[in-house]
Design a protein around this ligand. Structure first.
Ligand code: SF4
Length: 765
């Protein structure tokens, strides 16, 4: 029985981008989280959670929490004071601010990410800040931007309740976004007919529920998408009125140098370009049958069917990630399956605030808050005015994207390696970067390179860090995040962090203050005031850079209200902080009504719901890249991936997640129930391939790629693509680092690496 001292409060789940709301039970006497329940008032999850969500409270109570800053001396990390630690970080900045980089993630809360990017872009005049989200969803960003002129999905999860057909493009929501997936299953259990199509390269638990499993050869999703368009045009079933009223056509004339904006083309040219992608031709290439391809063409050509497409890493972690995103948007536009409930192309995110922080706050190296660009003079001017900075403070050159940042950090400074320090918060690059031997370890042998890592637990990154800073986690601090459907969510601190651990935003502000005290001009606004100056309700300045004062005021609220000004610049309007305290999240744009209430938006660009659509228009792409209210339908050809199986490396290697663990397992591997359920990584091999190689279930085998080797136990199951097809390795296990052997090739536009396909051979050991 629950004790009387247990108090319940709301918080979004710490893990995936579904953004389920949880009720967190805190025993006030013990000062501990003691229970978790799904939040029945939450529209996203309606009282449910998945196995990770129900165990989220335990993520705080692993036995090895970091509780003191530690500096590397020789081979050891030795404890130092917070004051010493902050001075060390400040000194690294002063060495050369332009060579100091910040690396975060979509696990930064909105205020944390906002503080970090203001510190870098407004303070250091240095744009070398990028999130781990670059590795997860930057191809989705470039897909949205080049199609609609602005990032993030038009639709929401509500479309899943209305669609007749749901297509998972290389996506496995049953295991990666389980509560979201349960919304689809729930409809079926109520007797509704929902057709589920699983377009993938390996069988998963999503496949178990699919009406159609369409297994394609890796990379041929590009050809499949073109084949759908080819059929819509050849059969005369595209939506001529929608296309003529609301769309333009686009392609990259120079395929060796593709760009975000590309080149204009015509419907006639587009028709010619897709003409070769007949079902027969694409069947040969992709491995799908002609009938399967024709089924896809038929449903998109059926005006009565409402279709929602879902995708995540399968389309984003792709060396042609921007192109495949564009093509899927293009199919929806060409068929008119856009802008009404149930008709939406919707990308999902893996991290709780990949949308809210990485994309909206603008912690990507080319962005400013609210979807603004560092390269645009008028956007920099707006930001300088909001931040009261001297004109010209913000650097006009986009910073290094993730792969480049770590390449530069791993290169000696006299050979062009101009990043001397990286400060990592809320992520674990020592496990998550691709091709670790190239991107992570080399810097650890270079004397003038310095790695700072803030985390709650020891990780592969902290083990190799020069300075470790202990962080507060989840409900040990106030927070706000934004899930995959533009829903901004808020929670309050419920328990104290372990003594010595500090909020990440505090760490950033405290370093900024050190720099200010040392006279560093970048931490002053144009009136000479500290750029993170904050007042209480009576207007008295509160020294929030001192930890003992940090919770005297609500720092999250102050940072959020400042950030909110930016949200109005691109129709991503946010409500005041207090509205999020009351709600279980609100989907932007949120606009005030005449009666003083705040209304969220379910579908952007559509008159039935979006407050910014011009009066009289049904659809209005008001951020069109062609400035004419139209979206762009792109053509992109199929090309082979940069590395394919051959005689020496005969199989495809795909990496990803498992249901029980999240990201690098830093939190979930410390939850006993989850660790027991999935204790270690493995290589999933199809039975026919295993038989041919003489490999038994559980036997240790060696995976070898052109970059290295790794020994793993084999799990012989029916998931991989036979024969001589694909194998899969999850990446959650820090003892078995699959990213030692993955490829760092990336999309030329989004710079997102491809973790889903490289060539591998397997040998018995
Ligand atoms: Fe948390 Fe995602 Fe599971 Fe929901 S589906 S409980 S957000 S991990």
């Amino acid at each position: 029985m629950m004790s009387d001292s247990v108090v319940w409060n709301k918080a979004p789940c710490r893990f995936c981008g579904t953004g389920c709301h949880l009720q967190v039970g805190v025993d006030k006497k013990k000062g501990k989280v003691v229970a978790i329940a799904g939040d029945r008032k939450a529209e996203v999850n309606k009282g449910l959670a998945c196995v990770k969500g129900y165990h989220a409270g335990l993520l705080l109570y692993g036995s090895d929490r970091l509780t003191t800053p530690m500096l590397k001396k020789g081979d050891k990390h030795v404890p130092i004071s917070w004051d010493e630690a902050l001075s060390i970080v400040a000194k690294r900045v002063l060495k050369d601010p332009s060579g100091f980089a910040f690396y975060g993630s979509g696990q930064w809360t909105i205020p944390e990410g906002y503080a970090a990017q203001k510190f870098m872009k407004g303070g250091l005049a240095c744009n070398h800040i990028d999130p781990n989200a670059r590795l997860c969803m930057s191809s989705a960003v470039t897909g949205f931007e080049s199609t609609y002129g602005v990032d993030e999905p038009a639709g929401t999860f509500t479309d899943l309740d209305k669609a007749d057909v749901i297509i998972c493009w290389g996506n496995n929501p049953a295991e990666m976004h389980p509560v979201l997936f349960s919304r689809i299953i729930d409809r079926r259990s109520r007797g509704e007919k929902v057709e589920l199509i699983d377009l993938g390269t390996r069988r998963t638990r999503t496949t178990d529920h699919a009406d159609h499993y369409m297994e394609f050869n890796p990379q041929t999703d590009l050809a499949i998408a073109n084949c759908i368009s080819q059929q819509l045009i050849a059969n005369g079933t595209y939506d001529r009125e929608f296309v003529e009223k609301y769309c333009n056509f686009r392609k990259d004339n120079d395929l060796s140098n593709p760009t975000l904006k590309g080149d204009a083309t015509t419907f006639e040219d587009y028709k010619k370009l897709v003409a070769e992608y007949t079902p027969e031709m694409v069947s040969e290439l992709s491995g799908l049958s002609v009938a399967q391809l024709q089924h896809l063409g038929k449903i998109f050509g059926d005006p009565k069917k409402k279709i929602t497409s879902l995708w995540c890493m399968g389309m984003n972690q792709h060396t042609r990630g921007t192109d495949i995103n564009r093509l899927v948007h293009g199919i929806h536009l060409l068929s008119g399956k856009f802008g009404s409930p149930g008709n939406a192309p919707t990308s999902l995110t893996g991290q709780p605030s990949a949308c809210g922080t990485a994309r909206e706050v603008g912690t990507l190296a080319h962005l400013l808050p609210g979807g603004r660009l560092v390269a645009k003079p008028e956007h920099r001017k707006d930001a300088e005015e909001y931040w009261n900075l001297p004109a010209g403070r913000i650097n006009p050159t986009p910073g290094y994207h993730t792969v480049k940042m770590w390449e530069k950090f791993s290169t000696p400074s006299d050979k062009g390696g101009d990043i001397h320090t990286i400060w990592v918060q809320v992520t674990n690059p020592g496990q998550s970067l691709p091709n670790l031997e190239k991107l992570f370890y080399p810097s650890r042998k270079l004397d003038d390179k310095f790695l700072i890592v803030s985390d709650g637990y020891p990780t592969e990154s902290t083990r190799h860090a020069d300075l470790i800073l202990p962080s507060a986690m989840w409900v040990e601090k106030n927070g706000m995040v934004g899930n995959s459907e533009r829903r901004t969510q808020q929670w309050f601190r419920m328990v104290e962090p372990p003594k010595g651990a500090r909020d990440d935003a505090w760490q950033t502000i405290a370093v900024a203050r050190k720099l200010y005290d040392l006279g560093f001009e970048g931490m002053k606004d144009k009136d000479g005031k500290f750029i993170f100056a904050m007042q209480d309700e009576k207007g008295k300045e509160v020294p929030v850079w001192k930890w003992e004062n940090y919770y005297d005021i609500n720092v999250d609220k102050q940072l959020f209200e400042e950030y909110r000004l930016f949200s109005r610049m691109k129709h991503k309007n946010l409500a005041p902080y207090d509205e999020y305290v009351k709600a279980r999240g609100l989907r932007w744009p949120v606009v005030e009504q005449k009666d003083g209430t705040w209304r969220e938006t379910q579908f952007r660009f559509a008159a039935f719901d979006d407050p910014f659509v011009e009066k009289g228009k049904k659809i209005d792409f008001y951020h069109s890249t062609t400035n004419d209210g139209r979206a762009q339908i792109w053509f992109a050809p199929y090309t082979a991936p940069p590395e394919m199986p051959d005689k020496e490396y005969p199989l495809w290697l795909c990496t990803g997640r498992v249901l029980e663990h999240w990201h690098s397992g830093t939190m979930t591997m410390r939850i006993p129930q989850l660790r027991r359920a999935m204790p270690q990584a493995y290589v999933e091999i199809n039975p026919s391939d295993a038989r041919e190689m003489g490999i038994a279930n559980g036997e240790k085998v060696r995976l070898v790629t052109r970059r290295g080797q790794l020994d793993l136990p084999a799990w012989i199951n029916g998931r991989g693509k036979p024969p001589k097809g694909s194998v899969f390795v999850p990446w959650f296990d820090e003892r078995l680092l699959i990213n030692l052997i993955t490829l760092d090739a990336h999309c030329p536009i989004s710079k997102q690496p491809d973790y889903k396909k490289c060539a591998v051979k397997i040998t018995k050991i």
